[in-house]
Write a protein that binds this ligand. Sequence first.
Ligand SMILES: Cc1cc2nc3c(=O)[nH]c(=O)nc-3n(C[C@H](O)[C@H](O)[C@H](O)COP(=O)(O)OP(=O)(O)OC[C@H]3O[C@@H](n4cnc5c(N)ncnc54)[C@H](O)[C@@H]3O)c2cc1C
Length: 486
Amino acid sequence: MDQRLSPHFDTIIIGAGLAGLTCAALLAKAGLRVAVLEKNSRLGGYAVSYAIKGHRFDIAVQAIGGCDTDGVISRLFKELGHENRIRFLPCEPARVYYFGNDSHPWEQSGLTPKLIDSLSARFPEYHSAITRCYETWSGILRELEEIAQRGSDGVAFGFSRSYPMLSRYSAYTVKEFFDQLAIPEALRSLMTSRSGYCMLPTERLSLVGFACTEMTYGKGAWMVEGGIEKIPGLLAKSVYESGGMIMRRARMVRIYTKDGAVDGVETIKGDQLSSNCVVIASSLKSGLFLDRPQMIPDRFTRRVALMEPSGSYYIAYYSIPEPAARGLHHNMEFTGLKIKHPLAFSTDAFYMLVPSLIDPSAAPPGRHCLCLSLPCPAGYSLAKDERNACRMFLEESVIDRFPMLKGKMQFFFDLGPRQLETISGNPGGSAYGWVQTPEQSGIRRLGMKTPISGLYLTGHWTMPGGGIAGVITSGRLCARMILKDY
Ligand SMILES: Cc1cc2nc3c(=O)[nH]c(=O)nc-3n(C[C@H](O)[C@H](O)[C@H](O)COP(=O)(O)OP(=O)(O)OC[C@H]3O[C@@H](n4cnc5c(N)ncnc54)[C@H](O)[C@@H]3O)c2cc1C
């Protein structure tokens, strides 16, 4: 491309999801000339809300980690000078689990020390094993954060000495880890209850991926007062205040290269922007969009082709009257159901959220928002009758458990993998990028540097992994890497 004809930027970021906006805000604050290209008119990717008749539904939030004082999200807003513009609402207990017909639900604390106490109270003879598990998981997360900050500098030799947990456990599944410790099934099912967020059974779930999820919520589970869109809104404000640019309805269709390095991008409208640094903060599964695809080493192409995306969701949204919400928790998970699950998937769990119990501004007076969600395979294009079957299954299952909801659930709308794909561009509506198997987690996940000079990745298709705290960490690490290389 001819640089004289196009505006030049220090960095161009493709996708205004939370990872792309985090990276853009930090680079712009550091003085780089930044442009963000977003295919939609709204910013935030999955972090969007829909408003209907006074109700507000956050699409991609059951709970967020990293909002405690030292957490990755709080630190980001402090650094950007927005800490007084956003409030995080603690959700305690983090989630309540209903197993089959057991009438005593498991109330899971969002604080690790409290969680260890309650597990130890139920299984006193396993207290030291429980403590050891949490120590191992926090050690894994600590090492991963350290390696992500240092990069591979100086660790090629002596990796096992510097990162003993990662070198020992990178190939482990969660099941293998628990088998080794001979933890009984009843305790195991409580300790692995957050594996639902990873959408994999424990025999396929990476111990490293699970440890990151578990420990991300170890200092609390939170919601954003006023809705998740506050996060992308404030990040965009930072980009603008530092002189950066955000182009909406500007789908990137081509990445140009010159002399073996990145040279610029083109949007669907034919705009050409030049830069020697491009960050893909969107799906990688749909391709790198390079003008010379032959530049991509076969090994990289083959690896991406073999990688497996995470599952997706079917979600139905309702309004319920205030009296029908009495006795409900804001975040509930159900497993071992007597009603037959309509989809063949590796988990039979489903989720029920009443976010207005935590943030009353999410619903009009006298009403509550209710979201029911069912994990399903990514790319599963739910036909109309399958979508109806999912909705019936969810409604019958919750009414079976909470009869006061009968006749009280006012249906608003629903979404499936296809709609999630339209919102984010994530193929098949994958909710968390690459699924967290041992082959795709931790140090084995796709790195943030691509084999093309000047082309970086951020977001849930790269390190450290999916989820809001994970992709904000990814945006921060990518910004740091670019500043170092710059
Ligand atoms: C139903 C659901 C529930 C979830 N629940 C939770 C939860 O409770 N807690 C949690 O932490 N996480 C949750 N997640 C996961 C979390 O939302 C995601 O991991 C995270 O938001 C992904 O952020 P991202 O920035 O990597 O990508 P995305 O949000 O996917 O953003 C990518 C952006 O790139 C844009 N884009 C794509 N292609 C192009 C292109 N060619 N040109 C320009 N722009 C492009 C898209 O429009 C989008 O704005 C959930 C996800 C889903 C779907």
